[in-house]
Design a protein around this ligand. Sequence first.
Ligand code: ASP
Length: 318
Amino acid sequence: MKRRKFVKGVAFAGVVGLSTRSIESCNVVKPPFYIATWNNEQAVKTAIEKYSSSSSLLEGLVKGINYVEDNPADQSVGYGGRPDRDGNVTLDACIMDEKGNAGSVCYVQNYKNPISIAHDVMVETPHVILAGAGAESFADRMGYKKENLLTEESKEQYKQWIKKSEYKPIINIENHDTIGMLAYDESKIVGGCSTSGLAYKMAGRVGDSPIIGSGLFVDNEVGACVATGLGEKVLTNLSSFLVVELMRGGVSPEAACKEALKRIIAKEDGTPNFQVGLIAVSKAGKSGAYALYEGFNYVYASATEFWRKPAPYFYTYK
Ligand code: ASP
C-alpha cells in the first residue's frame, strides 16, 4: 500500500517535472567546516570566523545561528519572525554536542536567541527541554534580555493575513527557512537549529526543530542530520534520527536523506504538497542533502572555502 502511494506520487511529479538526477553527489571538504540550511551563507561564515578565534566548534555554531536570529530580515527565525495566529512570535531551538548532550527550548516568547538558551539548558541544567514560561524564566535568570520580537514588517503582514485568517498547510517554498547547522572538525560533530516555526501556526504549536531526533540528531560515532520544512511530517517520521541510523548502516549522507524523504512520501496519499529538506554529515566528513521539492539550497564554509548548492529533489513545482 505504501509503495503504491509512493509510485503514484512520483507519477504525478513526472507531470510537473520529476528530478531525473540519478548520480549521487557527495561533498568531501576540508575540515573544520560548517554546513547549514537554505541561503544562510552569512551564518556559516560567522560560525567559521568564531571558530578561528575560539577553536570551539560549538561556540562557532551558536554564533552563526545567533547571526540569523538577530537579523530582522529573516522572518522565519528569531527577531522579526512571523507570529502565530494570535500575533505572538514564538521560538523553538535545539542543540546537540559530540558527547550526545542536548539542550532545547520550545514555545519561547520575547527572547531572540533561543539557540543560546538551548545551549544553556544543555550546559547548566539537568534537563534537555524547557518549554514556554519555564524556558522564559530560565532565560531571565541566565541574564537574557527580554524584548518584543514582532517587527513592524511582520506585524503589517500579520494584519493583512488576519483579514482572511486562511492557514494553508501548503508551504510556500520561499516562505520558510529555519536555520539548521552542522559543524565538523574530524574529531567532533555538533549541530543546532532555530526557528520561529510556521507562520500563523496555532498558539502553542511546537514543530520539529526543538525535538531531538526530529529536527536534529547528532551521533559522533556516525554523523548528524538537521531538517527544515513542514515540521509535522519531520516529527512523525523522526527524520534526523532515521538519517543517522541509515548512515550507521553504511549509506552515504545524500542517499540517507533521500531514503528518509521516501519514507515521508510513502505515507502521503498522492504527491506531497509540502517541503522538507534534510542535510547530513558523516563521521568521515562527507556531506549531502536532499529535498522533497526543488528550491532547497544549503551552504558550506571552511576557513578557505565557501559554497552554496541546490539540494537534489524529488519534485518540481509550478
Ligand atoms: N521545520 C520548521 C517548523 O515546522 C519550519 C521550517 O523549517 O521552516 O517549525
